[in-house]
Design a protein around this ligand. Structure first.
Ligand code: NAD
Length: 469
């Protein structure tokens, strides 16, 4: 086998995978390079290396750990243009969005590098002193999906390291390259074994989750796989954080100006070609402005420029992989019988997993496109007359990741936001993430929290020292 250009990082060494796998550019459907594919033996080596590195890393002063995270951020920043191009090629998103994701990754890393975990004194009285400490857990298995390979990694790696854990990181099989590129840089920054990177063909997530030396699994992906992670972690009562699927509803009240607001709604639903966990996936619009809003959204969809993300001017790239492309096409076909497609609904006659942004009107709850997570560039627009009813319909979903209310009257919007059941409700915006704001889902959208100080604490064990006096 020829030497591989991209390498796994195991125990401080950059090594070839035991085999290789093709990486496809979704804008061309062509294999554009090969990635290493780790074997289960290599996964075990990675976990063993992380376990061996744990005691020394956990004992390393937090300021030193901080410096390592900052150095990783510096290295990504120094190479941000290369990372962005590679991200566009493997993921499909427009270069400008890829650049935003890479620089966002840097910002998220710097945010976590600046956090602290001071000992809290809970009681300091005559009879006792009680302290709350935050201790690292051990080896973390970090599993990332293909829609945002870099920034979702940055939800996990920096807080895990700051807290004193060691990590085995696994990107998604169709987007391994940016993580492997990062592995190449981390080799010279991170002590051997503290971070290990393995890539697979969708076969190592389960053994990583079940491995007896993994103490916590931090997982982002689909709800169905999340359930498998929960089951796989159950025997050893491992800690888990699950960031899963969503079916975010946006509720637009009758006082909204469709022309003004449609561009924001469009962006909330179609950025990254709809492949965003917190994309707006169902839009409820009041009957008084329904026709006008549908027309505005259709116009934006018709005008959107889709194409190869490396081409200047591209607004929306392809779907990331064939499986997702087929799934979204199937949902659009199904929606034809339930609603009226007023924009898109077609695939351009060219190579690549492209689907034109699609708007479906006169569709309602109880259809697949409304009830399921489409995770692609198609938005059902649903008419309602009573806002309370819209909230009830928004809440009648097994998912609860995000949601939004849109109105000129923020008091009215706030009152409805308060009734919506999801981890985050935005008012007059959707899908804003910030590293200092905790993020997580209700119901089947997840377990636990990422980001913010809460996200850091999830990588720790709370330990109380209670001393008699
Ligand atoms: P997926 O569940 O198919 O895969 C996610 C990761 O899990 C991949 O790395 C995969 O190799 C790995 N995996 C596969 N089988 C596994 C197993 N049995 N045990 C452990 N890991 C396993 O998800 P996907 O299709 O890559 O991503 C799309 C989904 O992710 C959507 O549902 C989306 O909403 C969700 N998502 C959620 C968030 C969030 O923060 N809530 C963010 C992004 C994406």
């Amino acid at each position: 086998m020829a030497e591989q250009a991209y390498k796994l990082l195991i125990g401080g060494n950059l090594v070839d995978g035991d085999s290789t796998m093709d990486v496809i550019n979704p804008a061309t459907e062509a294999v554009f390079t090969q990635a290493p594919r780790a074997s289960e033996a290599q996964l075990n080596d990675a976990v063993a290396a992380a376990k061996a590195a744990f005691p020394a890393w956990a004992a390393t002063p937090i300021d030193e750990r901080r410096k390592v995270i900052t150095a990783i951020a510096d290295a990504v920043e120094a190479n941000y243009e290369d990372f962005a191009r590679l991200l566009t090629q493997e993921q499909g998103k427009p270069l400008q969005d890829a650049t935003g994701e890479v620089l966002g990754t840097v910002a998220f890393m710097r945010y976590f590098a600046g956090l602290d975990m001071p000992v809290k004194v809970l009681d300091d009285s005559e009879g006792r002193r009680v302290e709350a400490h935050r201790k690292p857990l051990g080896v973390i298995g970090a599993i990332v999906p293909w829609n945002f390979p870099m920034i979702l990694m940055a939800f996990k790696l920096p807080p895990a390291l700051l807290a004193g854990n060691t990590v085995v990181l696994k990107p998604a099989p169709t987007t391994p390259l940016t993580t492997l590129k990062l592995a190449g840089l981390m080799k010279d920054i991170v002590p051997a074994g503290v971070v290990n990177v393995i890539t697979d063909a969708n076969d190592l997530g389960a053994p990583l989750t079940a491995h007896p030396d993994i103490r916590k699994v931090s997982f982002t992906g689909s709800t169905s796989t999340g359930a498998k992670v929960m089951a796989g972690a159950a025997n050893l009562l491992k800690r888990i954080t699950l960031e899963l699927g969503g079916n975010d509803a946006g509720i637009v009240l009758d006082d909204v100006n469709p022309k003004e607001t449609a561009p924001q709604l469009f962006q909330s639903a179609f950025q990254n070609s709809g492949q965003v966990c917190i994309a707006m996936k169902r839009l409820y619009v009041h009957e008084s402005i329904y026709d006008e809003m549908c027309a505005e959204l259709a116009k934006l969809a018709e005008d959107a420029i889709i194409g190869d993300g490396l081409e200047q001017g591209t607004q929306l790239g392809p779907l990331q992989n064939k499986m997702q492309y087929d799934k979204v096409k199937d949902l659009i076909e199904d929606a034809r019988k339930d609603g009226q497609i007023i924009a898109g609904g077609t695939t351009p006659d060219q190579k690549g997993y492209f689907i034109r942004p699609t708007i479906v009107r006169d569709i309602s709850d109880g259809t697949r496109l409304v009830d399921e997570e489409q995770f692609g560039p198609v938005l059902p627009v649903i008419k309602y007359s009573d806002p309370e009813d819209a909230v009830a319909r928004a809440n009648a979903s097994p998912y609860g990741l995000g949601g939004s209310v849109w109105s000129k009257d923020t008091d009215r919007a706030y009152a409805l936001a308060d009734k919506m059941d999801a981890g985050t409700i935005w008012v007059n915006k959707h899908a804003e993430l910030d590293p200092m704001i905790p993020f997580g889902g209700s119901k089947m959208s997840g377990v636990g929290t990422e980001l913010g100080a809460d996200g850091l604490e999830e990588f720790t064990q709370l330990k109380i020292i209670n001393m008699a006096r």
